[in-house]
Design a protein around this ligand. Structure first.
Ligand SMILES: Cc1cc2nc3c(=O)[nH]c(=O)nc-3n(C[C@H](O)[C@H](O)[C@H](O)COP(=O)(O)O)c2cc1C
Length: 501
């Protein structure tokens, strides 16, 4: 069920416009354990295309007009909760399945009092339809491999609230977030901490208390709010929107430092200009008479914001980095990559390929590439290399791949012997990492310059893609570049799988 994920946690609340990637990463930097994205309507995510953006190192869900509906990155994979607006179990499941592999959990918004939500049968409208709630949550719990939660508001009557919360618990949700205000109450109304407490006492799943921003001023107040509600976890919206460093156990940072840290992420991740401006203005809400606040009001783009906040050089640097990364990836897609290829293997792991042929006369019997690879893996604390070999049924040639540290290495060339095919795969792994493969003589088809070039390309791909994206997912649209994405199959037969120990 995944309840432990929600116990004893500090949580960044879902917030439209605010809860995009830059704010979520900032909250994680400052100490939040879980970060909710802004509410995204199921229909909307369903019409997006999932794209791995190799330039930014993000996973983007993009509409056909280029609008990024949801952008995430591997760093937050275990902490980001995808909050959805829905009124239909099947559609909710389809939408959740679409993002399931990129997020840590799915949350259903049952607290939004806005007209568009209510009219669509979503948000608060669900609170008066327990059967619908049950259908949606059980469908999700049964159909997903990640935890499911929901976020509700309290009902006017305590008894009704408890009945609803208990019913929600029976659906198998991992936790329940409760905003202690009713549908008709506004932020100025007192949060009903006592109602949250009563829910906590009636349920056994973790309750995430929400609605305390007006009583949370410093880090220590988070625990005070938690105690007042008796909840397991605390979810903060406005106080974090105003100064996200509220999550820092060492104490809040000066607002301008927080704004600049936020802008750094906004520039790095090419955040939507309107969102960036909105967030900065929200952070400045009590200081709007200051020059930076006034100037931010009048401008539109991230670039202009960078000027106002004295961060132009940093902004330009991100642009340059992006351009360089884009050029490198373009280069890899062209002929200049000397046969280096990276694609996704059928098992989803990255597969790296170099056009290598094992030439026995270049090695001493006691120091083969396989032997060298085995020693290198031992030094690096990796598991034994795992070899997998295919035999071409027509001409009895062999092709091997070797699995090292979660990546496959291979060559497109086929060898007359299985042993040699394995040696070639081992060569690929070692050369990719700039390691010596034991050769005593340079093979005819390689020069030290070529080997150097391969290593350079591999390093730049590892830097740009491996570090940023889940392994083996290197494609994308727009600024991203598609390396080969699918496994090539032929009429060969797998003949062996063994470790070299
Ligand atoms: C700018 C903003 C946007 C919000 N968007 C969402 C949302 O997308 N989904 C949601 O469940 N609640 C949303 N909320 C409500 C908050 O998550 C939270 O329930 C409410 O602000 C009370 O918590 P607080 O006292 O910590 O602010 C939003 C609140 C704000 C201020």
């Amino acid at each position: 069920m995944g309840s432990e994920k929600y116990a004893g946690k500090m949580v960044l609340a879902p917030m439209v416009r605010v809860g995009a990637l830059p704010m979520r990463l900032l909250a994680l930097d400052y100490g939040a354990d879980l970060v909710y994205c802004e509410e995204i309507i199921d229909r909307k995510i369903l019409i997006t295309t999932r794209t791995e953006n190799a330039v930014l190192g993000t996973i983007d869900y993009i509409m056909s007009d280029g609008t990024v509906v949801f952008r995430t990155c591997p760093r937050e994979k275990d902490s980001v909760i995808f909050q959805m607006g829905t009124s239909d179990p099947k559609r909710a499941l389809a939408a959740a399945r679409k993002v399931e592999k990129d997020v840590a959990g799915i949350d259903i918004n049952m607290g939004c009092p806005k007209e568009f939500s209510i009219k669509g049968g979503m948000g608060c409208a669900l609170l008066s339809q327990p059967d619908k709630i049950k259908q949606i949550l059980t469908t999700l719990v049964e159909g997903l491999s990640i935890p499911v939660t929901c976020k509700i508001r309290v009902l006017p009557e305590l008894e009704d609230t408890i009945t609803l919360a208990k019913m929600i618990e029976t659906t198998g949700v991992a936790a329940l977030a409760v905003h202690g205000r009713t549908r008709d109450e506004r932020p100025r109304h007192k949060n009903r901490n006592d109602v949250i407490k009563a829910i906590v006492e009636s349920l056994s799943i973790p309750i995430i208390a929400n609605g305390g921003s007006k009583e949370i001023f410093e880090f220590g107040d988070i625990e005070r709010f938690r105690m007042a509600t008796g909840a397991s976890s605390v979810m903060i919206a406005r106080r974090a929107e105003w100064n996200c460093s509220i999550f820092r156990k060492e104490g809040k940072l000066p607002l301008y430092d927080v704004i600049k840290a936020y802008l750094t992420y906004a520039f790095q991740y090419d955040n939507n200009d309107i969102n960036t401006k909105y967030c900065v203005l929200q952070m400045m809400h009590e200081d709007m008479d200051r020059l930076e606040g006034q100037k931010t009001l009048t401008i539109k783009t991230n670039e202009e914001i960078s000027e106002v906040w004295g961060m132009k050089a940093e902004y330009q640097q991100f642009l340059q980095d992006r351009k360089r990364q884009s050029d490198t990836l373009q280069d890899l897609n062209s002929d200049s990559h000397q046969g280096f290829k990276r694609r996704k293997a059928a098992d989803g792991l990255p597969l790296i390929e170099l056009p290598l042929y094992f030439d026995k006369k270049c090695y001493l019997p006691a120091k083969s590439p396989k032997q060298s690879l085995h020693e290198w893996c031992f030094r690096c604390n990796y598991n034994h290399p795992l070899y997998k070999t295919e035999e071409h049924s027509r001409d009895r040639t062999f092709n091997s791949r070797v699995l090292v540290d979660g990546k496959w290495y291979t060559t497109p060339l086929w060898q007359k012997r299985k042993q040699y095919a394995e040696q070639a795969a081992a060569m690929c792994c070692l050369l990719t990492h700039g390691e010596h493969d034991g050769r005593v003589k340079e093979p005819d088809d390689q020069t030290p310059e070529l080997r150097h070039k391969w290593h350079q390309i591999a390093s730049s791909v590892n830097h740009g893609i491996n570090s940023a994206l889940p392994d083996g997912q290197a494609n994308g649209e727009k600024s991203a570049v598609v390396l080969d994405t699918s496994e090539v199959s032929d009429n060969s037969t797998a003949v062996a799988e063994e470790t070299n120990s």
